[in-house]
Ligand binder design. Structure first.
Ligand code: CMP
Length: 137
């Protein structure tokens, strides 16, 4: 089943000059990049994007972090694209959850500053693509 997913290279990934590294891994996996941009996230967009985490203890830090510098936003397309990207990203905690060989296991240490985001379901992919790339929806 062909799917689309919304992914972000978070501010830590841009600052650490991993845009090429991460996009390279996406291309080597075989996913198509169908939309791509560099953007500094507004507080409003960040709050809407992460609405499901509102009220959690890490929410203020998450908003502060995600708005701290430019991010790369992209829409990926391919068979099982949502799970495929989550596989190459690795679990949220780069040490406890991410499998070696994944972006987070190989390149990150922190559960908050973990380099990438990827939609977790078809429903969130639809919602996040509409949010970041309204022209595609
Ligand atoms: P992401 O996939 O972008 O979705 C929610 C984000 O919240 C997650 O990646 C992490 O960056 C962040 N997050 C989740 N759990 C924690 C935590 N315990 N502490 C800090 N940040 C977290």
């Amino acid at each position: 089943v062909t799917e689309r997913t919304l992914i972000l290279i978070k501010p830590d990934g841009v600052k650490r000059r991993y845009i090429g590294e991460i996009l390279g891994r996406i291309e080597r996996k075989g996913l198509d990049i169908v939309a791509l941009k560099l953007e500094t996230v507004t507080r409003e967009l960040a709050g809407t994007h992460y609405a499901e985490h509102e009220g959690k203890p890490f929410f203020p830090d998450l908003l502060e972090f995600i708005t701290s510098g430019p991010v790369v936003a992209a829409v990926l397309e391919g068979p099982r694209a949502i799970a495929a990207f989550r596989q190459i990203a690795g679990g949220t905690d780069p040490v406890e959850k991410a499998v070696p060989g994944s972006i987070r296991a190989d390149l990150a240490l922190d559960g908050g500053q973990n380099l990438v985001h990827g939609s977790d379901s078809v429903e969130s992919a639809d919602r996040e693509i509409a949010l970041w790339f309204p022209e595609l929806a």
